[in-house]
Design a protein around this ligand. Structure first.
Ligand code: BG6
Length: 513
């Protein structure tokens, strides 16, 4: 293409606005469409994209599930769910058009004929709605359903796109329960889809502030020179929830907080904080840098686990003044369950940048407040001036949720004749600075998958590396002899006191949220 025709191809309305690839028209087939995820997240996310004008009008949703129902019944159900869970109120005129792009396909996951008729339906939709043969398969089902679904997708030829079209698959967590099962799952997925077609979702990566970490670090020249062991004392990452297990015991009993949150979400956040600058923003260049961070995490020897990892489980207590039951008394939970609902860890990254900088992570259910944040604690200024008053360290806090934003704690002189130093905060709030609410993580991620941008999805090697780190801890906990203790904490507290001791031993304390 010559320069002149290149210029003609530039859309002046988009120019300078975004460097993101444009989502393409496609059919989105949701397996498990009558489940919780489709109701609470996927359909509301697609609606919001449509309402904000982000979705190509041809995009068509096909709900694939076992129960018998008509398109109209399914549309009504989805409308009700969207009215309940959407981040913005549903506008009737937008729903009318959006609702008409939703279809239902009844079939058992293991029924070959159901996939043949799906293929015929997709061809028809391509002709009638202009979806151009592009297919996005969304697996909102338990992992034990992956194999039959993949097998039949392949048998019906749906994994292979025609010339000029594409086929992609989005896989929901949990992506395995240990390294061996994750490898097996990867093998199964790759029997039908290549790695470039596979999008493993980690919805934390779709959160606006998580994406902002790279901008904060690499679009501002002042932080990067300080971002290393010379200036940083330690880093804390907290993901706290007031919620309990909420009827998910069937899954959670076999997972626990370490697998549910640390293996994926928290390690992903750590990668964004700790990675080196990529050569460019290509998906693989970013993921190459992230995987190096996970690969450099110091692996614990089995006998070190008790010293560096604290596991807890909530006992009865109160959240916002309301009594709540113990985890062991929740529905479908084994009364002797050893499942962790809280974990605190002390980790190290063995590379030059992070040498000797401890990383503390904690995650828990039934804590007093819900909030996810990362705090970077800088080393203290030398204590030689100001009457040797002890000052607090500078802390850069990245609030992932709620009240997304970034703050920097500094020292300032109190007004007055005496020389008193007090900490003050410089604070940036997304809501007030940009005056608009952030989209939900699923909106961004669905759009990226439709655009073929895998940057915010976990690659095979990232997932597998993360499991090699987690497996050592899980194995130590499962050991018959000398397994580290499970500590109980009252619901509504900040976890067992052993989690505080983990930092106190190093002369540090958790930041108050
Ligand atoms: C999910 C976990 O991945 O993340 C849940 O399975 C957890 O247990 C949830 O509650 C937290 O996500 P968010 O976006 O609500 O902070």
């Amino acid at each position: 293409m010559n320069k002149a025709s290149e210029r003609e191809n530039v859309n002046p309305l988009r120019e300078g606005l975004s460097t993101r690839a444009v989502p393409q028209p496609c059919s989105v087939v949701i397996f498990g469409a009558t489940g919780d995820l489709a109701h609470r997240k996927l359909i509301p996310a697609l609606y919001n994209l449509a309402a904000d004008g982000e979705l190509p009008p041809a995009v068509t949703v096909i709900g694939f599930a076992r129960r018998e129902k008509s398109d109209d019944e399914f549309r009504r159900e989805m409308e009700e769910a969207t009215r309940k869970f959407s981040r913005q109120p549903v506008r009737d005129e937008i729903w009318k058009t959006f609702g008409e792009s939703i279809f239902y396909h009844q079939s058992d996951f293991g029924d070959e004929a159901g996939y043949k008729s799906l293929a015929a339906k997709l061809d028809k939709i391509d002709k009638e709605r202009g979806t151009r043969g592009n297919r996005l398969f969304y697996f909102a089902v338990a992992p034990d359903q992956f194999e039959p679904i993949l097998k039949h997708i392949k048998a019906a030829g749906l994994n292979e796109a025609r010339e000029g079209s594409w086929a992609r698959v989005i896989v929901e967590k949990p992506f395995g329960t240990d390294l061996a099962s994750a490898r097996e799952l990867n093998r199964v997925v790759h029997t039908s889809f290549a790695e470039e077609q596979t999008y493993r979702i980690d919805h934390f990566l779709g959160k606006e502030t998580a994406q902002n970490i790279l901008v904060l670090r690499f679009a501002n020249a002042i932080f990067e020179p300080l971002w290393n062991t010379r200036y940083i004392d330690h880093v804390q990452i907290t993901a706290a929830e007031t919620l309990g297990v909420e009827g998910r015991a069937g899954y959670y009993e076999g997972a626990g907080a370490l697998r549910d949150m640390v293996q994926n979400h928290l390690l992903q956040l750590l990668c964004l904080i700790a990675m080196e600058a990529p050569t460019d923003l290509g998906a693989d260049n970013i993921r190459d840098e992230k995987v190096k961070v996970v690969g450099s995490l110091r692996r614990f020897a089995p006998n070190e686990v008790a010293n560096s990892v604290v596991r807890g489980q909530y006992a009865e207590g109160a959240i916002n003044g309301k009594p709540v039951p113990a985890y062991r008394a929740e529905k479908n939970v084994n009364p002797n369950s050893m499942t962790d609902t809280f974990v605190a860890l002390r980790l190290n990254i063995d590379n030059w940048r992070w040498w000797d900088v401890p990383i503390y992570m904690r995650v828990g259910k039934r804590l007093p407040k819900s909030g996810t944040e990362i705090s970077v604690h800088f080393k203290k200024a030398p204590l030689v001036l100001f009457n040797k008053q002890s000052t607090e360290e500078n802390v850069l806090v990245i609030r992932i949720q709620p009240d997304e934003g970034i703050s920097l704690r500094m020292q300032a002189k109190m007004p007055g004749t005496s020389f008193r130093i007090e900490p003050v905060k410089m604070d940036f709030h997304y809501g007030t600075s940009f005056g608009k609410a952030s989209p939900e993580a699923y909106e961004r991620l669905l759009l990226d998958a439709m655009s073929g941008d895998a940057t915010l999805f976990a690659r095979r090697d990232e997932v597998e590396q993360a499991w090699t780190f987690i497996d050592v801890i899980e194995n130590a906990w499962a050991a018959k002899k000398d397994a580290p203790e499970l500590f109980f904490y009252p619901a509504g507290s900040w976890g067992p006191e052993e989690a505080d001791n983990l930092l106190a031993r190093d002369g540090r304390a958790w930041r108050r949220l």
